[in-house]
Design a protein around this ligand. Structure first.
Ligand code: SF4
Ligand code: SF4
Length: 448
């Protein structure tokens, strides 16, 4: 694509990077076929190619964002399906991240929009605030229709309330770390994150048990927090970089003491942490450290595949539909690994039709764009139900929440199923699945 940035514009490293991306697009339109919003809306401006043109025009002209640009960029899920499809290697993620930051700096959103975004940015990344907000949403559930009828913010408030779980998010009772036989075979960090430990603390507990069976020690460095993805996707660049720097500081100290890997159990966070090297490339104090952190970051399933396989500790055989989160499939290009692990643990794994299309979760998208997200969620659940699974497995808490609200089939993190198969407790939500309760554990195959 021909561009016409002025030499002075190209002094700006962000514009220079975006110009390079824009020039790599040959406007062939292949990406439109796999874009969820184009699929639903049929509007070129809701396709990757249309958005690329809008971003080019906005950045080249050095203009503030217009309502039209904001409408179509806001509707983008950042699912990155277009990046998987694109034959020219257009790095749409970095381009749309730049566009979102430009919108945040130059566009005056309505008061209602600003309010919802400020609430999300100041609550979700902080565990205790999020726990309180979920408790409030739970109390408000019987009145969700009333909130939904409020002008301006009603639909989004209703989406927040409807997505909240049906139980109070109780504070975690700390449990002793699983015993790791000495000497440990390796040392890793598991990112605790922000929303996941409040919504489903069982995920990282299962990961710790699995790692303990493999003889891997897990350390929890002080100072780590939210990965920054939630605010990053809202264009709040300074806040995202603040989270990134805090995590880099926390982890690099451990890396200097022999940390082998930073493990992530939410693929949305994994995509962002793997991008820290890029996000902090212009910060001389952090560029090198952030690159090292990104290089050491692995999804939990990537790391497990690098270890010797564990013998299954109990018979399994249940039919599992594997939903690959967009951040796993398109963001990190992790395709077969989680399915291989599930099959090795004895599950019958089935692929989901239209597996490349987003479920509509996409960080806070299902709150900010509830109508499109709702349609995508229903479409995803229907596709999953088509393969008649007993259980759904996925690797991202956002998808668990989004799909879980649209189907009665239990949905779990992949690691919860792997942990159960190798001797862990029965995951919450699986109690009703036929035959699971009675299954004996083969104690001789437990390694922890
Ligand atoms: S597929 Fe790639 S090169 Fe073709 S229009 Fe889409 S982004 Fe541009
Ligand atoms: S990231 Fe997803 S929603 Fe956005 S343009 Fe690409 S395919 Fe479409």
């Amino acid at each position: 694509m021909k561009t016409s940035f002025s030499p002075s514009q190209l002094q700006d490293p962000h514009l220079r990077e975006s110009e390079k991306i824009l020039r790599s697009c040959v406007h062939c339109g292949f990406c439109t076929a796999t874009c969820p919003t184009y699929l639903l809306e049929g509007d070129e401006l809701d396709s990757p190619r249309g958005r690329i043109y809008l971003i080019k025009d906005m950045l080249e002209g050095g203009k503030p964002a217009t309502p039209e640009v904001v409408k179509h960029i806001d509707r983008c899920l950042s699912c990155l399906s277009c990046m998987t499809t694109c034959p020219s290697g257009v790095h749409y993620m970095h381009l749309v991240d730049h566009a979102r930051a430009h919108i945040e700096k130059t566009y005056a959103r309505s008061a209602g929009d600003q309010f919802i975004r400020a609430v999300l940015a100041n609550v979700l990344p902080y565990r205790e605030r999020f726990r309180l907000a979920l408790a409030g949403a739970l109390l408000a559930k019987p009145l969700s229709g009333v909130f939904g009828a409020l002008p301006v913010v009603g639909k989004r408030l209703r989406a927040m309330i409807d997505l909240a779980p049906l139980r109070f998010p109780s504070r975690e009772i700390p449990e002793p770390a699983p015993v790791v036989a000495a000497p440990a075979r390796g040392k890793v960090v598991i990112l605790e994150g922000c929303a996941q430990p409040v919504l489903k603390p069982s995920i990282n507990k299962a990961a710790r048990r699995m790692l303990a069976r493999h003889g891997i020690e897990v350390v929890t460095p002080a100072g780590e927090g939210c990965c920054g993805a939630l605010v990053h996707h809202m264009g709040r660049e300074d806040e995202a970089l603040r989270f990134a720097r805090a995590n880099v500081d926390a982890w690099i100290a451990e890396m200097d003491r022999g940390l082998e890997a930073i493990l992530i159990t939410a693929s949305g966070c994994g995509t962002t942490v793997k991008d820290y090297g890029f996000m902090l490339r212009d910060d001389p104090a952090y560029a090198d450290k952030a690159r090292r952190v990104s290089e050491a970051t692995r999804d939990i399933t990537e790391y497990l595949l690098s270890l010797p396989a564990l013998e299954p500790a109990r018979p399994t055989g249940q039919v599992v539909a594997y939903h690959s989160a967009c951040s796993m499939l398109h963001g990190q290009k992790i395709t077969d690994g989680p399915k291989r692990l599930l099959r090795a643990a004895g599950f019958q794994v089935r692929d989901v039709p239209e597996g490349h299309i987003c479920c509509g979760s996409a960080g806070v998208y299902n709150i900010l764009q509830p109508e499109i997200a709702g349609r995508l969620g229903a479409r995803k659940a229907a596709n999953i139900e088509r393969v008649r699974p007993q259980i759904i497995a996925t690797g991202n808490i956002g998808c668990i929440t989004q799909i879980g609200a649209k189907t009665q089939i239990p949905i779990l993190h992949t690691i919860e199923l792997l942990d159960w198969a190798s001797g862990g407790p029965i995951p919450e939500g699986l109690e009703g699945v036929a035959g699971l309760e009675a299954q004996p554990v083969n104690a001789s195959s437990l390694h922890a």
